[in-house]
Every structure is written in C-alpha cells, then in structure tokens.
Design a protein around this ligand. Structure first.
Ligand SMILES: *[C@@H]1O[C@H](CO)[C@@H](O)[C@H](O)[C@H]1NC(C)=O
Ligand SMILES: *[C@@H]1O[C@H](CO)[C@@H](O)[C@H](O)[C@H]1NC(C)=O
Ligand SMILES: *[C@@H]1O[C@H](CO)[C@@H](O)[C@H](O)[C@H]1NC(C)=O
Length: 596
C-alpha cells in the first residue's frame, strides 16, 4: 500500500521473526515473544541481527525499518538526545517518588522516578468537562419534564442506583475493574486513573440544593423496600442504571471483556420498575458502554425521560446533572443503534464460544450497526445518530457544488524515499555485533540486539531459506496505485464536491445541532450499504439564529475498494446525498451524477 509510516505490532501480536520483518513490520512491542513478558526472549533482538548477517533478510529492509522509525522522531524536533534535564520527570507506572531503576527486573539502584509534575491545567479540566457535557444523549423527554425546575412543582427527588454513587472500593481500582459505582471508563490496560470523580449523586444534589429541592438517595438494589418508600414520596426519581465492559484479560462476573448479554447490571430492570411503579416522573440515565435492552421499560408512561451517558470520565456526574437541570442543552448523538430485540442485532452476543468469549467472524461483509439494520429493514428503538435537544431545529436549502471534476482513474502518486534510501555500509563481520564492551552490564530480561554467544555468531550463508510464497527481492515494476502518500494516494483526499445546508434554531433555547451527511452509492460491484455516514458538523445556535453547515466529499468518500483490481474505484452513476438528523431522519437530499 506504499504506506509511509512505521508499522508496529500490538502487544504480543508478533508471531514470527523473519516473516514479519519481510512482511513489513518495523517495530515489535513490547519486544518479547507472546506471553513471555520480561523473559528477554524475542523473535527479533539478536535473531534479527543474525538474520541480517546470514543474509536472509536483506539489509535494505533493516535500513528501511530504521528510517521509518527515526523519521517521525526527527520530524518531531526530538534531535536532542536525553540530557540530565530532559530525562523523564514522571513515571506512568508508579506513583512512588523513589524506586529501583529497572522495577520490573527488580534491578538497578534506587533512583528518583517521579517528580510529581502537574500535567493538568484549567484548560484540560475544561476540555474534560465539555467533552462529557457534549456527549450526553437525550433519548426520550415526554411532556418536557426536563430540564428540571422547582417551579415545575419538583420539591423532592430520589436519586437511585449503584451508578449514581461511588464504588465502595474506590474509583481507581486496578485497571478500572470495579463495577459497583459510577462508571468513568471501561476496564483494561488502557484505563487511566481519575484525579477525582464527580458522581451523579454529588452533582445532582448540588443543583437540587441551589433550587431548594430535597434529595433522597438509594443505591441498594437487593432490598427494594427503602427504594419503594422513597419513590412513593418523590416528585421525580433519577435512576442511574449500568452495563460495563472492558478488555478481555480481565473477567468481571462472567464477562470476558466484552459483555455476555445486553441486559442491565445490578438488576437495573427491577430497580426501574420498582421506582416507575410509584413515581410518575422517572428519569432513567443509562451509564453504559453501548446499547442495552430497554424494551421492558422504555414505553412505560412513568419513564418520562431517558438519557444515555457513556463512560465520560471524571466529570460524568456533573455532565449528567448539567443536562438534567438545563445548564447544558443536550447535543450528543448515539454512536450506535439500540434495537428492540436481541435477535435484531448483528449476531454476536448470542454466539458465545466454548471459552465463553464472544467471537465475531465478520461474515456479514460491511453491514455493521445501522447498515445491518437498514439492510434487513429492521426498525430500531433508537437509531445511530439519534439524539434530542431542549430546542428544535429545521434544515433547508441543500446545495451541492463541484470543486474538482471527478475522473475515473487515480493519477500515480509521486515516488517518495528516493535519494535518501540507498545506504552503502554493508554489514559483514559478526564480530562487529558483540556487546559494545566486555564488561557491559546487561540486565536480565532486557532485549539486546547483540550476537552474544557462539551459536548466534555461527551460520552458513549458503544455506537456503524457505521464503514465503510470492516473496521476491526484485523491485516492483510500478508503485501501487492506491498508495504513495500519508493515508494512501494523495488524490484520494482531493475534494470533489462541497455540500452545504442551512440550519435554523426554531426553539426557545440556545442549543447545538449535529448535521449528518450520509451517502448512498450507485449500484455497485461490491456490497454496498444503503447509507454511509460521510461527515458531520456540529453547530451551536441561539434561538432564531441560522447558519450554514458544510461538508466536503473527497474522492475517497465516494470510492469503493475493489479487491480483485486492488484499487479504489469511482463508479459512474447516481449518488444520493442526505443531510440528516440521524441515520433514519433525512432532512434534505440531493443527487450527484457521475457520468462515464
Ligand atoms: C538466519 O537467521 C535467522 C535468525 O536466527 C533464522 O531464522 C534463519 O533461518 C537463518 N537463515 C538461514 C538460511 O539459516
Ligand atoms: C519535566 O520534563 C519536561 C520534559 O523534559 C520539561 O519540559 C519540564 O519542564 C519538566 N518539568 C519540571 C517541573 O521539571
Ligand atoms: C447479564 O450480565 C450481567 C453482568 O454480568 C448480570 O448482572 C445479569 O444478570 C445478566 N443478565 C442475564 C439475563 O443473565
């Protein structure tokens, strides 16, 4: 694909030495062979060096790896090699101030590892808060019960559900695996610690206090007596229900990373029905990692409002409270479809393997989520892209302007890496690849590139290597048409059309609208969904205000990948263009004809 960057393996995803180098892998992470962490055993390390000396991997390939890895380093102005002042002054692995220099090897002197540098700022806090606020999705608001105001006769509220409060084990359990409190993130190796967490209980109570509203709280779901009592006296109940997931190496309640079902955790359904049976204004906040089954309660007349709050980080509770009390007008949109039946979804969760882990063989082509629902004409409960606002918007005046005339074929990209690429210092003497000096202090468990023993230095360059089928050292006759630039052939990123529409805020509140551009391709060579999201534009408008949303359709947006010819193809025919409020709610539409 003529990719210009460097290719790095996922953790433990390298499964061969010579083959992976020949196939284009440039960096292995973390370096060891799979499941043998800290062993110092690697598919590369000294073996890569050996494979260069025994001429199995061309030295060109090694040079190419080095160039690919160093170019981004140099491009980031990092030419300065670490000095005393520029060595890392924090550790991402420990909160302790002092520790061994090589903690995982239990080796080295005690050194200062952490200077406890303050990396947060007002700016980063504000971003974290705004991201959380803008992501809350309002799914239902019957009778305009939200936003809440004391003037609407709300004097007493109940806040309920395990998700409304703190987990008794804390909010920074190892890799975020605690599931008995507000969810700020999924669990797994990429989970980060919260500096603090504002729970829904805390933030909602703060707002209620300002308005003189009294608050009750019940997180217990095993014993519903107390919940029932509070519900019967509450003017409004806000119940936070949940569903968690994470990365597969951690199992929580039989969920091996991915969820084993689509129902709520902590008996959420029971809690909702206990409350909604007694309180006519029940607001359900779904704090979950994805779609959950809602049919048992979604149409309950007493469930007057439903919000979806993803794992939104440390400010998740504040974002929820800001939306419920109207400080923020909700503007999030669903990034997935919520179906009516389990059988309506892409069949994943109901096909657990023997080891109980969900398995997806990707045998449905490109029909995922809304594309799957549309292909099978299944009416969802809440579709991809859906989300309400406290105000209302209208969209009009679709305009399509040609920016660059479309052509059938891509032009060849210019060659890169040309003069740079020849390096003439051939390696020949394996004695050059020993440890730098005799008393080099090698740490056990570290991976070094040196040929440190006789066996490694011993090889026969006349021996034949069994290269994989199709491998050739001959240069290609022509570069691949699809490649040549960052992200492929630069012509793929050429803008062919600009699409604009007018958006007007018809309601009484300031609010943001997310205009979504969907594209339908002409009948195709390959499988093609009815609609494909090709852009979105979020605009914030005062009441009565109007603005223009703008989308740029690149050649790639309109092309399909044709496997047999290994090319991006721009088909002739009619392209339908929709500017929509969701994947199902088309506001204005138009057409583009590409002739032959
Ligand atoms: C060259 O060395 C590498 C690394 O040890 C090894 O995988 C490969 O089989 C060797 N090539 C030959 C022809 O022996
Ligand atoms: C921490 O290290 C970074 C990177 O070298 C440097 O820019 C920063 O000034 C250091 N901060 C302090 C407080 O030493
Ligand atoms: C679905 O999984 C959750 C979490 O493991 C569990 O609490 C719940 O009981 C399960 N639902 C059903 C119907 O088994």
């Amino acid at each position: 694909m003529a990719f210009q960057g460097f290719v790095v393996s996922d953790w433990g995803a390298q499964h061969s030495g010579v083959y992976s180098a020949l196939a284009g892998l440039d960096m292995t992470m973390p370096g060891e062979v799979s499941d043998s962490w800290l062993s110092g055993k690697s598919h590369w390390g000294p073996l890569l060096t050996r494979a260069i000396y025994n001429q199995t991997i061309p030295q060109e390939r090694l040079n190419d790896m080095v160039i690919r890895i160093l170019v981004p380093f140099l491009a980031c102005d990092s030419i300065d090699f670490p000095s005393e002042e520029s060595t890392p002054n924090f550790s991402s692995w420990t909160h302790h101030t002092y520790g061994q220099e090589f903690p995982y090897q239990h080796a080295g002197p005690i050194v200062q590892q952490n200077w406890h540098i303050e990396a947060r700022s007002k700016f980063s806090d504000q971003i974290a808060l705004n991201v959380a606020r803008e992501a809350v999705v309002l799914l239902k608001n019957c009778g305009q019960n939200l936003p809440v105001a004391r003037s609407d006769g709300i004097r007493n509220i109940l806040i309920a559900g395990v998700g409304a409060g703190l987990d008794p084990n804390g909010y920074n359990c190892k890799d975020q695996r605690c599931v008995d409190g507000t969810m700020t993130s999924g669990w797994g190796s990429a989970a980060v610690n919260n500096p603090y967490v504002v729970t829904p209980y805390e933030a909602l109570t703060e707002k209620a206090k300002e308005q003189g509203i009294t608050v009750n709280f019940a997180s217990e779901t095993d014993d519903l007596d107390q919940v029932e009592h509070y519900s019967s006296i509450a003017d409004m109940a806000i119940v936070v229900v949940q569903a968690f997931s994470g990365e597969g190496y951690i199992e929580v309640d039989g969920n091996y990373g991915d969820r084993k079902n689509l129902t709520l955790w902590h008996d959420g359904e029971k809690l909702i029905s206990a409350i909604a049976d007694r309180c006519q204004k029940t607001v359900v906040v779904v704090n979950s990692v994805g779609p959950v089954h809602m049919e048992e309660w979604v149409d309950n007349d007493n469930v007057v409002a439903i919000l979806y709050a993803a794992p939104l980080g440390q400010f998740v509770g504040q974002a929820i409270a800001d939306v419920i009390f109207g400080e923020v007008n909700p503007s999030g949109r669903l990034p997935f479809t919520i179906g009516r039946k389990l059988s309506h979804y892409v069949p994943i969760v109901d096909t657990l393997c023997e080891d109980k882990r969900p398995q997806d063989n990707f045998d449905r082509d490109i029909y995922l989520d809304y594309r799957f629902f549309e292909k099978h004409t299944i009416k969802p409960r809440y579709e991809f892209g859906y989300g309400l606002s406290y105000t209302s918007f209208s969209v009009s005046e679709l305009q399509i302007t040609e920016i660059n005339p479309p052509t059938e074929y891509l032009p060849y990209a210019e060659e890169y890496l040309s003069p740079f690429h020849t390096i003439l210092d051939d390696v020949c003497d394996p004695e050059d690849a020993l440890f730098p000096h005799e008393d080099f202090d090698a740490y056990p468990g570290y991976i070094y590139p040196y040929l440190y023993n006789e066996r490694l230095r011993n090889f026969d360059i006349d021996e034949k290597f069994d290269y994989p089928f199709g491998y050739s050292q001959e240069p290609r006759e022509s570069p691949p048409l699809s490649g040549g630039g960052i992200g492929g052939n630069p012509a793929l990123w050429e803008v062919l059309y600009e699409v604009t529409a007018k958006v007007h805020n018809d309601g009484k509140y300031q609010g943001a609208y997310v205009a979504q551009l969907y594209l339908e391709l002409p009948s195709t060579l390959a499988a093609s969904p009815h609609k494909m999201l090709r852009g979105y534009d979020k605009v914030s408008l005062q009441p009565g205000e109007c603005t223009t949303v703008k989308f740029r359709l690149t050649r790639k947006d309109m092309s399909i990948w044709d496997s047999p010819s290994q090319q991006w193809i721009l088909q002739t025919g009619t392209y339908e263009i929709y500017v929509s409020s969701s994947s199902r709610q088309i506001e204005v539409s138009g057409e583009i004809d590409i002739g032959c």
